[in-house]
Design a protein around this ligand. Structure first.
Ligand code: CA
Length: 253
């Protein structure tokens, strides 16, 4: 049985389907961890996701889920809230405390709306009320992976022809790269996470400098111009556009 599954996976990997991503020189499918104690539901969802060319691992309790999630090998986690061993919110908090930033979609049952709010405060990226339709789940997964940029290992973000490593503070295109300051890196990370959406100067100040800082509009302008120079230096197709009276948006040209 196991061999059969592995063979099917290998065949699908060769076919490099729509949900594959580039990692180094090879193409791999997005890896999803689903933490859900209702086995029937978990296995049914796993089958659907695998059909849609995702790689899926299942955990049926909170502690196993946390162990798996901490491995950092997943591109996304689907997380139930009511779980034996450890509840989903605690699991999520532990994950974020440990610096694991894997996108998390919370699966909330009826009557768990307060948990939903708590979950988003605890670092979830989205939530999906149960029962959900397959199309809805697939759409949320796509939306969250898009928001996070193309998902690359070790917190790397990619957009267009550039890659940002927020850990090493480097911006690169192919073999060429620039070092970034922490603020430049955080600003570019924020723009990539919201690519195609205009960000107001106020929201940029709030995100990068903090709402109680005395940073002003010209601070944002200065850092945008630093990033633009580096993008131009890399001859990148990624541009930061200024939308008059609105703010800034990251686009491909
Ligand atoms: Ca449950």
């Amino acid at each position: 049985m196991r061999e059969k599954i592995d063979a099917a996976r290998a065949l699908r990997a060769e076919q490099c389907g729509a949900n594959a991503i580039r990692r180094g020189d090879c193409i791999q499918k997005l890896k999803i961890l689903m933490v859900e104690d209702e086995r029937y539901l978990a296995e049914a969802v796993a089958r659907i996701l695998e059909k849609n060319n995702y790689d899926v691992d299942l955990s049926f309790d909170g502690e196993d889920g946390l162990d798996n999630a901490l491995s950092g090998v997943y591109d996304m986690i689907l997380l139930d809230i009511m779980l034996p061993g450890m509840d989903g919110i605690t699991l999520l908090k532990r994950l974020r405390e440990d610096g694991v930033s894997t996108p998390v979609i919370l699966l909330t049952a009826k009557g768990e709306t307060e948990d939903k709010v708590l979950g988003l405060d605890s670092g979830a990226d989205d939530y999906l009320p149960k029962p959900f339709k397959t199309e809805e789940l697939l759409a949320r997964i796509r939306a969250v992976s898009r928001r996070k940029g193309e998902l690359l290992p070790e917190g790397m973000l990619a957009f267009g022809d550039i890659e940002l490593d927020p850990g090493k503070l480097t911006l690169s295109k192919g073999r060429r790269s620039y070092n970034l300051t922490l603020k430049e890196s955080r600003l570019l990370e924020y723009l990539i996470a919201n690519k195609g959406t205009s960000l107001s100067v106020d929201s940029i100040i709030g995100k990068i400098w903090g709402y109680d800082s005395d940073a002003e509009d010209n601070h944002v302008q200065v850092y945008i111009s630093f990033l633009r120079k580096k993008l131009a230096g890399l001859d990148s197709c990624v541009k930061i556009k200024n939308i008059r009276n609105v703010g800034y948006v990251l686009v491909l040209e």
